[in-house]
Design a protein around this ligand. Structure first.
Ligand code: CAA
Length: 257
């Protein structure tokens, strides 16, 4: 597949997806969202890939938001379609991915950019990264899941403050409030993200997928997360990975999944 706005590479079971519009601070236009959907669809069915790291090109931005130049003349119906398509194709798709996705936040993560990072399962930020949901300065609200995922991650009070003030926070503050898992220097960002990925790839791919699904279930309206966990737990017993993992444990070996 030939992409124009993203770069994709795979090395030792870890895929690196880089959003590559640095002159526009990697803003998410329609083409970029479409390419992200294609790339993730391909990576999720590629047995050579176990974990995906997502980052932005250049030193300045992870993603500075949805591309304002594409929607500034939209009507409410077009706005609805923009949010729906983006959420379905990329944001919800990533969150419900069967493989773990790590956001390596290398600079500004604003609006749709922070929403993208929040759709990932783990976030690592470089120490110069700045994060925020500035949509209210545009007369908008977050449309790619920000009003839902930010309170899930940092609690309602901090989420209200961030969305209502439209302010940016730095990486250390993001760490303090639980918005990111780790902060590192810019030159160590990918190394740190890959070292987390390397720990993950040692584990059962089936169990990783089921863990993500069970955790997601608890945040889904009308779904009993505990029941979803029981069912996912039970389904693991029928898997080859369960046989491999428990057999290795019983014979004091390291499992190879
Ligand atoms: N959309 C489109 N273009 C963008 C962009 C965005 N979100 N963010 C930056 N750019 C473009 C700028 O227009 C500029 O392009 P030109 O050189 O062609 O003029 C280029 O990227 C560089 O940006 P700046 O010159 O503005 O860089 P700066 O260092 O002065 O400022 C910034 C950096 C503070 C991040 C500033 O670019 C900014 O405020 N960007 C917009 C942030 C924002 O409001 N994001 C939310 C978007 S709405 C959204 O995401 C809705 C949703 O939830 C679905």
């Amino acid at each position: 597949m030939k992409y124009t706005n993203i770069l994709v590479s795979v090395k030792q079971k870890i895929a690196l997806v880089t959003i590559n519009r640095p002159k526009k601070l990697n803003a998410l236009n329609k083409q970029t969202l479409t390419e992200l959907h294609w790339a993730f669809t391909a990576l999720l069915t590629d047995d050579a890939v176990r974990v995906i790291v997502l980052t932005g090109s250049g030193e300045k931005a992870f993603v500075a938001g949805a591309d304002i130049s594409e929607f500034h003349t939209f009507s409410s119906q077009q706005g609805y379609d923009l949010a729906k398509e983006g959420q379905e194709l990329v944001f919800n798709f990533l969150e419900q991915s069967t493989k773990p996705v790590i956001a390596a936040i290398n600079g500004y993560a604003l609006g749709g950019g922070l929403e993208l990072a929040m759709s990932c399962h783990i976030r690592v930020a470089s120490d110069h990264a700045k994060m925020g949901l500035p949509e209210t300065t545009l007369g908008l609200i977050p449309g790619y899941g920000g009003t839902q995922r930010l309170p899930q991650l940092v609690g309602k009070g901090m989420a209200h403050e961030m969305i209502l003030t439209a302010g940016m926070i730095d990486a250390n503050r993001a760490l303090e409030i639980g918005l990111v898992n780790h902060v590192t220097s810019a030159d160590q960002l990918l190394k740190r993200s890959f070292s987390i990925a390397e720990k993950i790839i040692k584990n059962s791919p089936n169990a990783l997928a089921k863990s993500i699904a069970a955790m997601h279930a608890g945040f889904s309206e009308g779904v009993d997360g505990y029941k979803a966990e029981m069912e996912a737990f039970a389904a693991c017993f029928d898997s080859q990975d369960f046989k491999t993992g428990t057999k290795a444990f019983m014979s004091k070996k390291t499992p190879k999944f």
